[in-house]
Write a protein that binds this ligand. Structure first.
Ligand code: NAP
Length: 301
């Protein structure tokens, strides 16, 4: 008998790439057949195509790793951000509701305003301060309203991996060029490797009855500046960058961007509610592991 289908959207993104590369060793691979689509295969904002594709494929579970993630550009491309982060998510959630399909949707710390001083719990009030954050919250709301007892929303923060574009790779590139890097020291959060996130998601999918909002990061409470210093330290140790590069802390006021970002966006981890779900080696160990991967020239681990 053929296995039920797990559909992964956003296969070419950071999370999508890691999730599909880990598939062979994933605890899900014996249970599901993975079908992965990138934007070229399926534009999730195209409602006609999405309905037709889903009806033909008939998945049992959808992991939506596709998103409009260009935070600054979203300020000027509101419509594009909402079409992918809200309306497309509503479409997926609606189809899942009508067809008894599970939906795992990925969201962000940017749904919060950053005024807190303690980690945000899954029940904390959302209050996004950017178009990107607002569009992601709108998507969350559609999942919660269409799939109140079966939809899964996983909020994460500061996602990075050896794939795609992210802070870690940008820092490595700049520092390997011996540049003086200016990094904000008054925005505090928690980094997350796409590898640990991917494992967490697999365990959630494997768990019967998992539903609602989950928070997952690699822990820690640090500024982007401190994160850059860690990248530099491990990068030098692994011979990825030279000691010539320097990092200068700057304030958000000194470093203007189109979108506002939360000053504090540490997420309280869900493992307190689900102790079997969230073991993670910690942000430093995960950072080292991804940098080792980059050093090995590996396209995945
Ligand atoms: N990156 C972070 O720091 C961060 C932090 C917190 C939460 N998150 C969330 O985590 C999830 C995964 O993020 P990520 O870093 O892996 O994102 P990513 O690397 O930007 O990947 C997103 C993928 O979605 C695809 N996509 C965009 N519009 C699409 C459409 N209309 N139809 C189909 N595919 C489309 C993109 O394709 P193209 O490449 O063709 O555009 C891209 O491959 C997202 O939900 C994001 O909001 C990310």
């Amino acid at each position: 008998m053929s296995r039920p289908i797990l559909l992964l959207t956003g296969r070419n993104g950071q999370l999508g790439t890691v999730f599909s590369k880990q598939w062979e060793t994933s605890l899900l691979s014996g249970r599901y057949e993975l079908v992965q689509v990138g934007r070229d295969d399926l534009d999730i904002a195209d409602s006609y195509e999405v309905k037709k594709y889903l009806s033909d494929l008939s998945p049992t579970c959808i992991l939506n790793a596709a998103a409009y993630t260009r935070v600054d550009e979203a300020e000027f491309n509101r419509e594009s951000a909402y079409s992918v982060n809200e309306r497309a998510v509503g479409l997926l959630a609606g189809w899942c509701d009508d067809n008894s399909c599970r939906l795992v949707h990925i969201s962000t710390d940017f749904v919060f305003n950053g005024e807190a001083t303690l980690p945000y719990s899954v029940d904390s009030k959302t209050d996004p301060i950017s178009v990107y954050g607002a569009s992601k919250r709108a998507g969350e709301r559609l999942v919660a309203s269409r799939l109140p007892s079966s939809g899964i929303i996983v909020r994460t923060s500061w996602l990075y991996s050896e794939h795609g574009q992210n802070f870690v790779k940008t820092m490595l590139r700049l520092m390997s060029e011996g540049r003086d890097v200016r990094v904000v020291s008054d925005q505090v959060g928690s980094p997350t490797s796409a590898h640990t996130l991917s494992n967490f998601i697999a365990r959630l999918i494997a768990k019967d009855g998992a539903a609602g909002v989950y928070h997952f990061t690699d822990g820690g409470e640090l500024s982007w500046y401190k994160f850059a210093v860690a990248i530099r330290e491990i990068g030098i140790e692994l011979d990825l960058i030279s000691e010539q590069s320097t990092i200068t802390p700057v304030t958000t006021a000194d470093y203007s961007t189109a979108a506002r970002r939360p000053a504090y966006s540490v997420l309280e981890l869900s493992p307190s509610e689900c102790p079997d779900l969230g073991d993670t080696p910690g942000w430093w160990a995960e950072l080292r592991s991804v940098l080792e991967c980059i050093k090995a020239g590996s396209s995945g681990r």
